[in-house]
Design a protein around this ligand. Structure first.
Ligand SMILES: [Zn+2]
Length: 194
């Protein structure tokens, strides 16, 4: 006490993924989304990358786990925390340097989790008009909210049309009674309400 020296760690250098990195990692996020589609899940996939290494990946697991919170990002975040634990690394300092690549804008819940864990950058494909937490419905990513982690930067639009097409494909599927699987219009997370 008494010194003017700031005892906090030096601020994290803001990083911005290059076009090449976005291209490379989004290919894999889309592969995860395709896997979700083939498994009867809303097609969203993601990767979390720290120092050029994949430290977490996920796709929606809501239907198979019957747990509406098992979004791709939550699955991947769990893996990041496990990855840190296994290496005895401080999760905060890893998360502060980890980018998320995801095919659809994170929802409000996931955006809040990303904030709380101090993820600095999110690259996403299409917008999530119904539950988007990065500007589409609420702006959890950049809002001035006290004691809720740190804001994060979003880079959107990469392969957006393809991400939307995958979601449409999912919702066009029919259940065994010949009815539309969920709803007839494009709406993300409508499975919450059926
Ligand atoms: Zn989510």
């Amino acid at each position: 006490m008494g010194t003017e020296e700031d005892s906090k760690e030096a601020p994290v250098e803001l990083f911005c993924p290059s076009e090449e990195e976005i291209e490379r990692w989004m290919i894999r996020a889309f592969d995860m989304a395709k896997e979700a589609l083939e498994s009867g899940e809303v097609p969203v996939g993601c990767l979390m990358v720290y120092k050029d290494e994949v430290v977490g990946k996920g796709r929606n697991e809501v239907n198979e786990t019957k747990n509406a919170t098992r979004h791709a990002e939550m699955v991947a975040l769990d893996q990041v925390l496990d990855w840190c634990c296994r290496r005895s690394l401080d999760a905060r300092s890893v998360c502060e340097r980890t980018a998320l690549y995801v095919t659809v804008e994170p929802c409000i819940m996931c955006a809040a989790a990303l904030r709380l864990l101090n993820i600095p950058v999110v690259v996403y494909g299409c917008r999530n008009e119904r539950f988007g937490g990065c500007g589409s419905v609420l702006d959890v990513s950049s809002a001035d909210l006290p004691q809720t982690g740190t804001t994060f930067k979003c880079i959107s639009g990469h392969r957006a049309e393809e991400a939307v097409e995958m979601l449409k494909t999912f919702y066009k599927q029919e259940n065994p009674n010949g009815e539309k699987k969920h709803c007839t219009s494009f709406c993300f997370f409508c499975f919450f309400f059926h």
